[in-house]
Ligand binder design. Structure first.
Ligand code: CMP
Length: 139
C-alpha cells in the first residue's frame, strides 16, 4: 500500500556532513523523495513536533538540541514506507541499533541519534503538515 512518511536528518548528522549518505540509503532502496527542506527550527515548531514528549525528563534537552542547528526535513513515499524506514533507522538508543541501520552506523547517543522518522501513518500526516503544504509535495 502506497504510504508517505516524514523524515528529518537531525543537527548532529547535518554537522557531521552525513546528509548525502543518509539520503543515498533511501534512494538505493527505491523510495521516492517527494518533498525536502533544510531549515533551522524555532522553539515553537520544535515543541509542536515533539508535543507527545512534553513533560518527559528529556523534553527541554530535546528541544534545545533540535533547535541547535539546521535539519533536513523530507517526505518520502513508497509501499509500506513508514515501517520500512523505521527498520532502516533502528532503535532510538544506538546501543540497541544493529550495524547496517542508520542509527547503528551513525548515531552518537540517544539524543544525538542522527535521524527521525514517523512511527505511524497518522503521525506521519501530522508531522509532515508542520513543515509542508500539500502543494509542496511533488509527484
Ligand atoms: P525520535 O524517536 O526521533 O523522537 C523523540 C526523541 O526524543 C528521540 O528520537 C530521541 O532523540 C529523544 N529521546 C528519547 N529518549 C530520550 C532520552 N532518554 N534522553 C534523551 N533524548 C531522548
Amino acid at each position: 500500500e502506497m504510504e508517505r512518511t516524514f523524515v528529518m536528518i537531525k543537527p548532529d548528522a547535518v554537522k557531521r556532513n552525513l546528509i548525502g549518505q543518509i539520503i543515498s540509503r533511501f534512494e538505493l532502496r527505491g523510495l521516492k523523495i517527494i518533498g525536502m527542506k533544510m531549515l533551522k527550527m524555532d522553539r515553537e515548531t520544535a515543541e509542536k513536533l515533539y508535543a507527545e514528549h512534553q513533560g518527559k525528563p528529556f523534553f527541554q534537552e530535546l528541544v534545545s538540541y533540535i533547535t541547535s542547528g539546521p535539519v533536513v526535513t523530507m517526505v518520502i513515499e513508497g509501499d509500506g514506507v513508514v515501517q520500512l524506514i523505521r527498520k532502516m533507522i533502528g532503535n532510538t538508543d544506538p546501543k540497541e541499533s544493529p550495524p547496517g541501520t542508520i542509527r547503528g552506523d551513525m548515531a552518537l547517543s540517544k539524543s544525538e541519534n542522527a535521524i527521525h522518522a514517523s512511527d505511524s501513518p497518522e503521525k506521519a500526516l501530522r508531522e509532515m503538515s508542520i513543515f509542508f503544504t500539500e502543494k509542496e509535495l511533488l509527484q
